[in-house]
Design a protein. Structure first.
Length: 387
């Protein structure tokens, strides 16, 4: 899933040529997709509670395959918006981190969840490391239609994995009955009201809202930005392989650090690193060496926020509610992602380049860092009560 989600920028290059739709319009579709990815998460989290995580995962697989297969056939902005901006992002939402962790946490136990969450998020880097150059090569050698349809295969391969997770969870009949009993009492509105009364959860929502802006620069515009610096498409896609590898290291690292140190301090530090990276993009001379170093740092700090954010939520509200409450934080995250994707295209069309994006990113990272350090009681357990 993440390999698709993080490579919209590479797809954009092929879609512009293949469909004839302009850069700004495709950027808008990517931005809408970012909103869908955020808004759909809490609702799919509730669906996972009422049905099952596997049901949501299978729904996600179906939408991803449909979106990848049909998008290259779109010849105008409306149809592209439907399949590339709505269907495909909705599918990736069904395979998001919160749904996956909600499925496996009952298997591995909450004590191991913090470390394992880092590994799960790190696995997303494999998608970047392998898919970025492969996708670029397939688009360059054949076309975007061939590339996107060939990448439906990994999603189809996920079906037996989802069914295996379902079979393992079913072995614990008592646990399943408890979950079913809880879901009869849960409503989305009451759960969110309960969580939003907590000061630390509100700070998490604020900090994570700024995170989406940073991530969408990478997913939507970094590839094109490097090409605008005179870097070849092959090197630009290779930097995204470095990004994928660095993502694995960063996500795994913060996952394990979360078992040793305060997760709020880890979060604050990661956001502070993003401030430094933003300044580098504004003031450092651009070169191939810069591209590799900067992309590696973006990878180390990119998905590194996920494990501590989800870990704090899981500790405070329980693993069963994590998919919903983590999904709610993604709404703000994806609003930032929409603004980044859309404004990036707009800035480029107006001849302003990418510098305004990095200036905004610097300010937002500062807000996120301050909000994270202000969290006080990350270990306080707050069980859900019907409100």
């Amino acid at each position: 899933m993440q390999g698709i989600h993080d490579n919209y920028g590479i797809m954009m290059k092929g879609l512009i040529t293949y469909t004839g739709i302009d850069y700004a319009s495709i950027s808008f579709c990517i931005g809408v997709g970012a909103l869908v990815y955020g808004i759909a998460q809490p609702f799919l989290g509730m669906l996972a509670l009422r049905k099952s995580n596997v049901f949501v995962m299978l729904l996600g697989i179906f939408c991803c395959v449909l979106g990848l297969a049909v998008t290259p056939m779109c010849t105008n902005t409306i149809t592209l918006l439907i399949f590339f901006g709505l269907v495909l992002p909705f599918g990736t939402t069904g395979l998001c981190f919160g749904i996956i962790m909600g499925a496996i946490t009952p298997i591995i136990g909450e004590k191991r969840a913090a470390a394992v969450s880092g590994i799960v998020q790190a696995s997303a880097g494999i998608g970047d490391a392998l898919m970025s150059p492969a996708l670029d090569m397939a688009i360059s050698k054949v076309n975007v239609s061939f590339a996107m349809r060939i990448f439906t295969i990994p999603f189809l391969a996920m079906i037996p994995i989802a069914l295996w997770i379902k079979s393992v969870n079913k072995r614990n009949v008592q646990q399943e009955s408890e979950i079913q009993e809880d879901t009869e009492k849960v409503s989305l509105i009451s759960l969110l009201k309960f969580a939003l009364r907590d000061r630390d959860y509100k700070l998490l929502v604020i900090s994570f809202a700024t995170c989406g802006f940073n991530m969408s620069i990478i997913e939507s515009h970094l590839y094109s930005q490097y090409i605008s610096y005179g870097i070849s498409s092959e090197i630009a896609s290779l930097t995204l392989t470095v990004y994928g590898i660095a993502t694995m290291i960063g996500a795994t690292g913060t996952g394990f650090l979360g078992t040793k140190f305060k997760m709020k301090n880890i979060l604050g530090g990661v956001y502070a690193i993003r401030m430094i990276i933003s300044l580098a993009f504004l003031f450092v001379t651009k070169s191939t060496a810069f591209a590799f170093i900067a992309t590696a740092l973006l990878g180390l700090s990119g998905d590194a926020t996920v494990a501590p954010t989800s870990g704090i939520i899981s500790k405070k509200f329980g693993s069963k509610n994590m998919a919903v409450l983590y999904g709610f934080t993604l709404i703000g995250h994806q609003v930032g992602a929409f603004l980044s994707a859309y404004l990036g295209g707009l800035f480029v069309e107006k001849g302003l380049g990418y510098a305004p994006l990095w200036a905004i990113n610097f300010c937002l990272a500062g807000i996120a860092s301050a909000a994270s350090f202000m969290i006080k009681k990350e270990d306080e357990k707050k069980g859900y009560a019907k409100v």
